[in-house]
Design a protein around this ligand. Sequence first.
Ligand code: HEC
Ligand code: HEC
Length: 281
Amino acid sequence: MSRWMLAGLAAIAIAGQANAQSPVERGGYLVNGILTCGNCHTPKGERGVELTAQMHAGGVIEWDTPTFKVKGSNITPDRDTGIGTWTDPQIKAAIQNGVRPNGTPLAPIMPFAFYKVFTPGDLDAVVAYLKSVPAARNQTQLPVYKAAMHVDAVPNADKPMSEADLRDPVKRGFYLVTIGHCMECHTPMVRGVRQLDTAYGKGGFRFTGPFGESFSRNITSHREKGIGAWTDDEIKRAITQGVRKDGSPLKPPMGYAWYARMTDADLGAIVAYLRTVPPLE
Ligand code: HEC
Ligand code: HEC
């Protein structure tokens, strides 16, 4: 190979590096987009808008169930009220296994079972980003655990995926839908157990909040009951703008504004995967 060719290759390699995202950038893209961590972990003001000065300093929604009563923790690097003293492996153990450094389990509202698919690189990126956000002091209410907590197993998602998997659009879509815990909301629950094996994506789960009530929808590929007959653009618009096929607005708590920050390629991968979800009525 000539000297000139080598120089040319080196220049391409450097340009490639300049375009590549740093771990903090990748983590920020995920956390503030598909992951919607702040949807549960950030105080909200009027009309449910997140208070940016308190980003990730603890959520306002209280989940009071027969087995636990919790609110989203302060996950900023504040050393007293956040996770500033936790090591990287401790933060990862909380995110993927649902345990705190002192060994206490987290309530499964924190969707840790869905985070087992994180590629090692993306998990590092999420941790790097969390450590880069401003520390915000905010003592959140202590959790109360009343009885043994049930954790749903997520089908086909019990181990990390690889970078190679993510190059296939359908697998990438499955990855994004899983870390976005879409199917946690879009699958009904029977006696505290999410029906992920038999009713994956069927919808019908009820939410209540300041907005009144809403029911998640069937997002399987069923042509009448699901979104099988929607165009790609209609599905993308529902996800990012909260607009139904007929143009009417969708209610909370789905994090439409967070999903709007996703790249079109990632949204396209989500659509490609949703089209493969077996139809259910
Ligand atoms: C659906 C709501 C929800 C989402 C989404 C969510 N969390 Fe949580 N998270 C919680 C709740 C609630 C707790 C506290 C559970 C408890 O006290 O048992 C928690 C606890 C944690 C903890 C433990 C902190 C501590 O001090 O105990 C960490 C770390 C954490 N979440 C990080 C994240 C990250 C990172 C994301 C995004 C990848 C995320 N969470 C997404 C609800 C959520
Ligand atoms: C926190 C719960 C929650 C999460 C997470 C969530 N959704 Fe939703 N979603 C809902 C609810 C509730 C509705 C219906 C709102 C209404 O009818 O006003 C909905 C509506 C939709 C619709 C419109 C369907 C229709 O027939 O109108 C689509 C498409 C959709 N969600 C896809 C997704 C995808 C893809 C993800 C993950 C990227 C996701 N959702 C994550 C709760 C959620």
